[in-house]
Every structure is written in structure tokens, then in C-alpha cells.
Ligand binder design. Structure first.
Ligand SMILES: [Fe+2]
Length: 268
């Protein structure tokens, strides 16, 4: 497991996950960071740069140029080794499984060999402190990079991951995660679990806006991100990525709720 210590941040840190090949959303996020006067070294990405949308290589290139800290997501792990799928472990034949075959093949066909090398070298965990609190940034989980921890997951599941992380790193006060695509903060009394959400895909809530977070004085502030959805969808259509995630960018609802706990499924 590759761990990188980023040291201490005495200024706000912008946390974002899931660019998902959405170049327009990534450009909008960088503009937001600029407007908030947050420098690139204070941006932390929780992974899955290349996924559902049209511009995997261009989106990755933008983040590489930015040179901000990035945690490897399952998409980076899988693309780095030329795998055949995203590694989410979707049950065979489910909608997520069938959809992933399309977007993963597109992403894999677009990223360069240099980008595969870059992905291969990404850390699994980033550690840093802010306002006397120690945080670890990961992707899905430590026991399983593709573990889905939802806002409503049992506390025991969060505790299990926290324990596994502390076995490696020692005590932490908070975890910053990505992967599930939903923004939340789970208060575990003595620790917090923050998911900054995803910038590249809406959160299945009926809004086309996406999500990011800013950590200030050790506490998260959640933000929504507006971007040029029309151009992002147009690019997906041009790339023949028209199996549902193109519609999701517009409606705000995911094409499948297979992986979602019942209580989080949209009432449609
Ligand atoms: Fe992921």
C-alpha cells in the first residue's frame, strides 16, 4: 500500500472525487478553486478520474497538469493494468455491469501509455493534518478499494474501515473518501467520515449540479458545482456513449440503482 504524507495545511483544502472523464465539470471545478483562491497543491482528488463521460485522456491530462494530490481509484487501478472492466464487482448481467462495459472500453481506448504509468504510481492513501486533526484520504475503502459506503451504511462498516486504516497509519481523526458518488459527512462521535461526492456525475437526486467539499479548520463545507452540461452531453453523444449516463448528466438521476440501498433509491 502506497501512503503519501502531505504534511500540514493551514489554509482550506478543496476535496473532490469522481471527475469521471467529465472535462467540462473538471474545468468548472478548477475555476471554482481559482475563484476561492485555493491553490492546486491544496486540492485533493479521491480518484476515478476516467469513467463514464467522453474525455478520459483530456480530463486526466488537466489534472496531471494541475499536479494536485490524487488518490488512486478503482478506475485508475484497472486502467493502469489494461484490465477489462472497472473493478467495481458488479454482478454479471446487471445494468451497472452492462453499462460499465461500454464506458470502460471507451476510457481504456483513449488513455495513453504515459497516463497508465502515471496511474500505476498513484498513492492509495494520502495523510495530512489541519487544525491539529489528522486525516486520511482514500478511495472506497482500505479493505476493498471498491467498497461502497453510503450515507446510511451501518456504523460497523465505517468502524471496520477506520480500524483497518489505523492499523496501517496509526490514529486518525477523519477519513476523506470517494467512490460512491454521494456527498455526506458521517459523524462517528470521536471521528468523522467525509465523502466529498463526485464532480463528474450528479448524485441521483434530480439535480444536474454535482458536488465537492472544502475542508477548513478541520471541518467540511459542502458545495454544489454547476458546469456546461450541454457540452458534456454533446461530447458523449459524439463518442457514442449513449447508454444512460448521458441522460443522467441532464436529469440528475442514475441509469441504474442496482447498487444503491433501498432507502437511497429515488422516488420516481
Ligand atoms: Fe470508484
Amino acid at each position: 500500500m502506497k501512503v503519501v504524507d502531505l504534511g500540514n495545511f493551514d489554509t482550506p483544502v478543496l476535496l473532490f472525487g469522481g471527475p469521471y472523464s467529465n472535462l467540462q465539470a473538471t474545468q468548472a471545478l478548477l475555476q471554482q478553486a481559482h475563484d476561492m483562491q485555493i491553490k492546486p497543491s491544496n486540492l485533493i482528488c479521491t480518484g476515478d478520474i476516467a469513467a463514464y463521460c467522453a474525455h478520459p485522456s483530456e480530463t486526466m491530462d488537466l489534472i496531471q497538469q494541475l499536479d494536485c494530490p490524487v488518490v488512486a481509484g478503482n478506475c485508475e487501478k484497472q486502467l493502469a493494468v489494461n484490465a477489462m472492466d472497472c473493478g467495481c464487482g458488479f454482478d454479471e448481467g446487471t445494468t451497472c455491469d452492462l453499462l460499465s462495459a461500454g464506458w470502460f472500453a471507451h476510457a481504456s481506448s483513449q488513455v495513453t501509455d504515459e497516463q497508465r504509468d502515471w496511474m500505476h504510481n498513484l498513492p492509495d492513501v494520502l495523510v495530512f493534518t489541519q487544525s491539529g486533526k489528522r486525516f486520511a484520504a482514500i478511495h472506497g475503502g482500505i479493505t476493498n478499494i471498491s467498497r461502497f459506503l453510503w450515507p446510511t451504511s451501518p456504523e460497523a462498516e465505517f468502524r471496520e474501515e477506520l480500524g483497518a486504516i489505523e492499523d496501517v497509519l496509526g490514529a486518525v481523526d477523519g477519513i476523506i473518501a470517494g467512490h460512491c458518488g454521494m456527498q455526506f459527512c458521517r459523524d462517528l462521535v470521536d471521528k468523522i467520515w467525509i465523502n466529498a461526492g463526485a464532480i463528474g456525475m450528479p448524485a441521483n437526486n434530480g439535480s444536474a449540479d454535482t458536488s465537492f467539499a472544502v475542508l477548513s479548520s478541520g471541518k467540511p463545507e459542502f458545495h454544489s458545482l454547476s458546469y456546461d452540461v450541454v457540452s458534456a452531453v454533446s461530447a458523449m453523444k459524439s463518442a457514442n456513449l449513449v447508454k444512460g449516463y448521458d441522460v443522467a448528466l441532464q436529469t440528475g438521476y442514475w441509469p441504474s440503482e442496482d447498487i444503491l440501498p433501498q432507502e437511497l433509491r429515488a422516488k420516481r
